[in-house]
Design a protein around this ligand. Structure first.
Ligand SMILES: C[S@@+](CC[C@H](N)C(=O)[O-])C[C@H]1O[C@@H](n2cnc3c(N)ncnc32)[C@H](O)[C@@H]1O
Length: 256
């Protein structure tokens, strides 16, 4: 099947794209594709509006995945690219990746002993925050990020915010009853000052929703309530910022 708007484009990759687009994970831009490849994502198709420029970017920023990109990338006309992606990215690169099976992620999350904490976002509302948290979790080598509630942590906007790092940590949606085992540290301004707490590697670190904080259900399951230092007149920190500070605090005493 050729693309009527771009008859010169190789039929294969565009046809593969159309076949996979509804259920694959959109990797939007060079950095998302680079990260996904580094962390072992299966990427059946990748397109660029300028193959030479993308490979030059790889030479400069990601020589480790240059060869893989060389084999994977298909150049398409800008018009074809714009039809494949909802919001064209400045790097003119996009790819589709296979979402890791839920069962495999749940197995990683359940595995004990755990070398690094699991982050729980309890009913998060903001897709950008969720993406930023996944990026933080990947950076700190956290075991995974699980969300409760209705937000889909694999929503395209979350994947965009996560810069392709969903493949570097186990990301799933679960219920409070399904949270991974391990001591549950819930972050709340009313808790004990985190500076006096050692967070263990198998900790489950829970953060409340942007609107209403921790749910009653999660609070009831918490083993410890922990607070980040904050002067009295400030009511709370941003959700992703709170996760960043907490993972940093964990890393200070971890073999990280
Ligand atoms: C934006 S805050 C929630 C604010 C919300 N209006 C409330 O009533 O709690 C999102 C989450 O970040 C974490 N957080 C923010 N500031 C914190 C602090 N000083 N200490 C501990 N956790 C904090 C908590 O888990 C909180 O539920």
């Amino acid at each position: 099947m050729t693309d009527p708007a771009d008859p010169a484009a190789p039929a294969g990759p565009v046809a593969v794209w159309h076949r996979l687009a509804d259920f694959a994970v959109l990797l939007d831009g060079f950095h998302a594709l680079k990260h996904a490849l580094r962390f072992g994502a299966e990427v059946p198709v990748a397109v660029t509006t300028d193959r030479a420029a993308t490979l030059a970017l790889a030479d400069e920023l990601a020589p480790d995945v240059r060869e893989t990109l060389d084999a994977l990338l298909t150049e398409v006309a800008p018009g074809t690219y714009e039809k494949l992606v909802p919001r064209p990215h400045p790097t003119g690169v996009a790819a589709l990746a296979v979402r890791p099976p839920r069962a495999a992620n749940l197995e990683v999350l359940a595995r004990v002993p755990r070398p690094a904490p699991v982050v729980v976002l309890d009913n998060p509302r903001n897709l950008g925050n969720a993406g930023a948290v996944i990026r933080l979790a990947a950076g700190f080598g956290a075991t995974g990020v699980v969300t409760t509630g209705t937000l889909d942590p694999w929503h395209p906007t979350v994947v965009r915010g996560g810069a392709g790092l969903h493949f570097a940590t186990a990301v799933e949606r679960v219920t409070v009853e399904e949270l991974p085992a391990g001591p549950l540290y819930a972050l709340d301004p009313e808790g004990d000052d985190i500076r006096g707490v050692k967070l263990p590697d198998d900790a489950v670190l829970a953060f409340g929703s942007e609107r209403s904080g921790l749910s009653a259900e999660l609070r009831a399951r918490a083993d410890h309530l922990v607070a980040l230092p904050m002067r009295p007149q400030v009511s709370s920190y941003n959700l992703a910022t709170s996760v960043g500070m907490t993972l940093y605090h964990w890393s200070l005493t971890a073999d990280f």
